[in-house]
Design a protein around this ligand. Structure first.
Ligand code: ZN
Length: 152
């Protein structure tokens, strides 16, 4: 990665950290989950509101490092309004990039600002920071699917 690109990515992350998209805990919601990343001190409460197979809203309250909070902000931009299936596919791709140690690139058109986390792949200790919001979302999707089954 060139120094210029690295600086651009840093700016994208700081922009999301300073002005988080979709932050806040809103009503109504179907499930709330709390995820923590003890190694860094990141904490996240996330609420998922579904409309059938679609994600109607994702709200959250987060404390912790800029990477964890910015990544959660970017995640909400990508998944709100889409299907849960698409969100889980985005999760898989984002995780593969973070664990790819720089060998896996994200498609910019699909991932938007999430490509800014490319540099995090070089720092295994920060992967959990970047995945915190995504892991919470995945957990919330799985829980709402289980809840749906018991109601049928
Ligand atoms: Zn962190």
């Amino acid at each position: 990665m060139t120094a210029d690109l690295s600086a651009l990515y840093q700016d994208i992350i700081l922009d999301h950290y300073r002005a988080k998209h979709h932050a806040g805990l809103r009503e109504p919601y179907d499930v709330a989950v709390t995820h923590v990343n003890p190694s860094c001190g990141d904490e996240l409460v996330l609420r998922l509101s579904r409309d059938g197979d679609r994600i109607a809203d994702v709200g959250y309250e987060a404390v912790g490092c800029s990477i964890s909070q910015a990544s959660t902000s970017v995640m909400t931009d990508l998944v709100i309004g889409g299907t849960t299936q698409t969100a889980l596919e985005l999760y898989d791709g984002f995780l593969a990039m973070l664990e790819g140690q720089g060998r896996v690139d994200l498609d910019e058109e699909t991932y938007g600002d999430a490509i800014a986390f490319n540099g995090v792949a070089q720092f295994p200790a920060r992967v959990k920071c970047a995945m915190l919001g995504w892991a919470a979302l995945r957990d919330a999707i799985v829980r709402t699917e289980k809840a749906g089954e018991t109601h049928e």
